[in-house]
Ligand binder design. Sequence first.
Ligand SMILES: NC(=O)c1ccc[n+]([C@@H]2O[C@H](COP(=O)([O-])OP(=O)(O)OC[C@H]3O[C@@H](n4cnc5c(N)ncnc54)[C@H](OP(=O)(O)O)[C@@H]3O)[C@@H](O)[C@H]2O)c1
Length: 370
Amino acid sequence: MTHPADAARRADAAHPDASTNRSSVLQRGVIGLSAALLGWAGVAALRGTVRALVRRAHPLDGRVVLITGGARGLGLALARAFARDGARLVLVSRTVVELERARQELAASGADVQVVAHDIRDAGGSARLVAEVVARTGRLDVLVNDAGIIQMAPFAAVPDADIRDSLDTHVWGPLHLNRAALPHVARSRGSIVNVSSIGGRVAVPHLLPYCVGKFALAGLSEGLHAELAATGVHLLTVTPGLLRSGSHRNVRVRGAHVAEARWFGLASATSLTSMRVDRAADRIVRACRERRAQLTLGVQARALEVAHVLAPGAVAGAMRLAAWVLPAAPPTPEAERARLSRTLDLGWVSALMPSGTAAAMNQPSAVDDR
Ligand SMILES: NC(=O)c1ccc[n+]([C@@H]2O[C@H](COP(=O)([O-])OP(=O)(O)OC[C@H]3O[C@@H](n4cnc5c(N)ncnc54)[C@H](OP(=O)(O)O)[C@@H]3O)[C@@H](O)[C@H]2O)c1
C-alpha cells in the first residue's frame, strides 16, 4: 500500500506547481488569521479606549441619581454602586421602614442620601416627586426606573387587575417619571435607566402580567433612546436575567401558591440559574457611565436572547415544556386569591433559599427565614 505522504511527494515531483500552491494557500491562511486576530484586538482596544473616554466625560461624582425601588434588592445594590462613584442619592419606594433602613446604611458609609415614600403608580404624583427632588437637591442628573413587582400564576388564575397593576408599575409609572424628569436630565445631558427584564424579551409561562409590562417597558425605553438623542439625554435599557436579590420573598402568587413560590425561589437561588445582584448593579452603573443603549445581564439571559433570535421555534417549544411542568391552578376559589411568597411555608425548599442575601439586600422577613 502507498503511504499518503509518499503519494503527495510523488505528486509534487510530477507537478512542482501543486506544492508551491499548497504552501502559498497555507501562508495566505496564516496571514489572514493573524490579520483577523490583530483586527479583533485593535477593535477591542479601540472600544476600551472610547469607553474609558466616555466614562471620563460623564462622571457621576456629585450628580443626583433618583432610584425608584431603591430601598431594597437591585435598587439598593444600585444605590451602593452609584454612591461608590460619588453620586448623591434619592431613593423612592412605598415602604417607609425599608427606606429608612436603606438611608441609615448608606449614610453610615458616607453617602449623601435622601428618601421619599412614593407610589409610582400615582400618575399625577410623578411631577410632584421630581419637583420635590429638584427643590431638595437643586438638580436631577440620572433617573433609574427600577421599581417592579413580580406576579406568578397560570393564565387561568390571572385577573385583569394583575395585568393593569403590572402596566401601571412597569410602564405608566416609568413613562410619567421619564416625562417629568426629562427637562432636568436634559439640562445636564444625563441618563435615564429603565430596568426591564429578560421577561421583556422572551415571554415566560406563569409570568404573563410581568412579561406584558416588561415587554412594553423595553419598547418604550428603546423608542425613547432614539427620539431623545437630540436632547442629549442618554437612555439605557437593562434586561437582567434572574438575580439573587432576595426578591423571591416578594412574589405575589396565585394558583398552586406554594408550588409557584417554590419554583421562583429555586430558580433565583442558585448560581447556575441566577446572577449576583451586586455584580449586576456594578455592570449597570458602568453601562450608564459609558452611555450604552442596552445591557442584558447574566449568561443565561444572553443565551436565551440569542436563541430567541436564531431559533424562535425551539425557544417556543422550550417554553411550552416549561408551561407543562409548572403547576396548574387547583379548581378552588382559594387558588384565585393572591398570596405573598414570604407568608408561605415552602417546606424543604426553605433551607435552599438565600436568606443571607435577602437580609443583606434589606428584604422583608419571611416565614421560611429560620
Ligand atoms: N430579581 C430578579 O430576578 C429580576 C430579574 C429581572 C429584572 N428584575 C427587575 O429588577 C427590578 C428590581 O427587582 P428586585 O429583585 O430588586 O425586586 P424587589 O426586591 O422586590 O424590589 C422592588 C422594589 O420596587 C419597589 N416598588 C414596587 N412597586 C412600587 C411602586 N408602585 N412604587 C414605588 N416603589 C415600588 C419596592 O418597594 P415597595 O414595595 O416598598 O414599594 C422595592 O423597593 C424590578 O423592576 C424587577 O422586575 C429583577
